[in-house]
Design a protein around this ligand. Structure first.
Ligand code: TYM
Length: 328
């Protein structure tokens, strides 16, 4: 385990709303993997199960999913020998720090965030305090470990900006020493939807590929990407999406398909099959490791228990410091 000698601390998380899709993997997990192998980065990766409460959910599903996401992490190559892997709700101090942070955050600021507005549109009957507080809890997740680097997709940038503002505010008002975290940028920061519109997202049916999809399922989904050409020679969004996948997963094949597109000889079915195969080549080893982990629940339990213990020790030290500085 990398320790006190590391110069930087990294924290990231994924909500426990279901199994991971290719957008989570390329946008977040790839960056998480890259940083865990660098000795100068101490890496902490959590399952954001408390954040699951910000939208409607089923208790039984949450109970299952918080564990499934951790298994997905392990299957993708996150390694408890290199990173602290844990469940957010196992470390009570996150919620406590979020409460302190809420006292330096205005309601108006939270209401203006694009992510908040999107969720209000999506669940107009479920605009809760927890939803409004989403970015404050996320700031607590990051700053409780004094993390300065956060591997997440582009969509999370406004939340990291909130974490920076909270860090500044706390340091100014209470003399704490929080860093101002930055997003760790990876090439897959924006993975497009298979519908040719917007980004790949769990909440849009038909937009995503699960890490557990078989080659047949992947082929079927990729073949359904709309590629109808429009007048003017501009690249349609669906075709652009296919090229994005190829650039991320099989960059050596891009040039030939691009030339074919430009001279009008491109057969979309060939491009689509190349994309489907490149995606499957990436997820297949993850699926194999997952099957092994599913057969070994004791190992998974052990990882969860150890991770919680390690994370708690760091979080408690920060809480002690903040409470003292805030007058408790
Ligand atoms: P969540 O579950 O919504 O998203 C998890 C991660 O996947 C990335 N992502 C994408 N990246 C590229 N293209 C896409 N189409 C795509 N879809 C999803 C997201 O950017 C994110 O990195 N708020 C976080 C969870 C969280 C967290 C934290 C993250 C809670 N506390 C502290 C970092 C640090 C989220 O959006 O989860």
């Amino acid at each position: 385990m990398k320790n006190q000698t590391a110069k930087h601390t990294v924290l990231s998380g994924i909500r426990a709303t279901g199994r991971l899709h290719l957008g989570n993997y390329l946008g977040a997990v790839k960056g998480m993997l890259e940083l865990q192998d660098q000795p100068e980065y101490r890496t902490l990766y959590m399952v954001a199960d408390l954040h699951t409460l910000t939208t409607p959910y089923q208790v039984a599903e949450l109970r299952q999913n918080r564990r499934e996401v951790l298994i997905d992490y392990l299957a993708a190559g996150l390694d408890p020998e290199k990173s602290i892997l844990f469940l957010q709700a196992d470390v009570n101090e996150h919620a406590e720090l979020a409460y302190y942070f809420s006292s330096v955050t205005t309601v108006a600021k939270m209401q203006h965030l694009p992510t908040f507005k999107d969720k209000v549109k999506q669940y107009p009957e479920h605009v809760t305090m927890a939803l409004l507080n989403y970015p404050v809890l996320m700031a607590a997740d990051i700053l409780i470990y004094k993390a300065d680097s956060v591997p997440v997709g582009v969509d999370q940038e406004p939340h990291i900006e909130v974490a920076r503002e909270i860090a500044r505010r706390m340091n100014q008002d209470y003399g704490t020493a929080f860093p101002e975290p930055q997003r760790f940028v990876t090439p897959g920061g924006y993975v497009p939807s298979l519908t040719g519109e917007g980004k790949m997202s769990k909440s849009v049916e038909g937009s995503y590929i699960r890490l557990t999809d078989t080659l047949d399922e992947i082929r079927k989904k990729v073949r359904a990407v709309p590629t109808a050409t429009t007048a003017g020679g501009a690249m349609p969004a669906g075709v652009e999406a296919l090229f994005t996948f190829l650039e991320l997963l099989a960059p050596e094949q891009v040039a030939a398909f691009k030339t074919a597109f430009d001279d009008g000889s491109l057969r979309f079915s060939e491009l689509k099959d190349a994309v489907a195969e490149a995606i499957f080549a990436e997820v297949e080893p993850i699926q194999r490791r997952r099957a092994e982990l599913e057969a070994n629940p004791d190992y998974v339990n052990q990882v969860i228990a150890n991770g919680a213990e390690q994370a708690r020790a760091i979080a408690q030290a920060t809480i002690r410091e903040v409470r003292e500085k805030m007058g408790f």
